[in-house]
Design a protein around this ligand. Structure first.
Ligand SMILES: [Zn+2]
Ligand SMILES: [Zn+2]
Length: 162
């Protein structure tokens, strides 16, 4: 059973309904970080035209810790926390090149553990810890960043084996 099915089973036990649209929102977020507008247009592509309930469903999914919100490049993005590859959004670093807005994830729980284990947090139970790294390539050339291999993000992407 994959990670998603496990979560769904758990929710069903608590009588939480994963409706078709909620399921579709989870599916469109698989492996991606999307803004609300992007979620809307992905859902439309899938044939969902009644989008009035999307906000409510997103709130619902956040409440049940299935997705989380993260500010990247000044925009709110939604990220799956039950994604198998990256376990939780609190255990991977989001890196983005401001030139092309690509977002990639670096899985490095060590960095998060280092922060959590700082003496300053000794008597504090951290529930959420997000790290977003924004920047631009040293060459700072939009056209270059759009090209394969020229953007730092694409290089990182390859190193991470995505
Ligand atoms: Zn992420
Ligand atoms: Zn770049």
């Amino acid at each position: 059973m994959d990670a998603k099915e496990k979560v769904f089973n758990e929710l069903r036990k608590h009588n939480v309904r994963i409706t078709k649209q909620r399921r579709a929102i989870i599916d469109v977020l698989e492996g991606r970080h999307l803004t609300i507008q992007e979620i809307h247009s992905e859902l439309k592509k899938l044939g969902y035209h009644n989008l009035g309930t999307v906000y409510n469903n997103i709130d619902f999914l956040i409440e049940h810790k299935i997705i989380t919100q993260i500010f990247i490049n000044g925009k709110k993005h939604y990220d799956l926390t039950i994604d198998e590859r990256s376990h939780t959004a609190d255990s991977h670093i989001h890196v983005t090149c401001k030139v092309n807005n690509n977002i990639i994830e670096i899985n490095d729980s060590q960095i998060f553990d280092d922060i959590k284990n700082q003496p300053i947090f000794k008597n504090f139970d951290i529930k959420k810890l997000q790290i977003v790294v924004e920047g631009h390539c040293v060459h700072y050339d939009t056209e270059l960043c759009k090209r394969d291999d020229a953007c730092f993000i694409k290089e990182l992407h390859k190193q991470n084996g995505f």
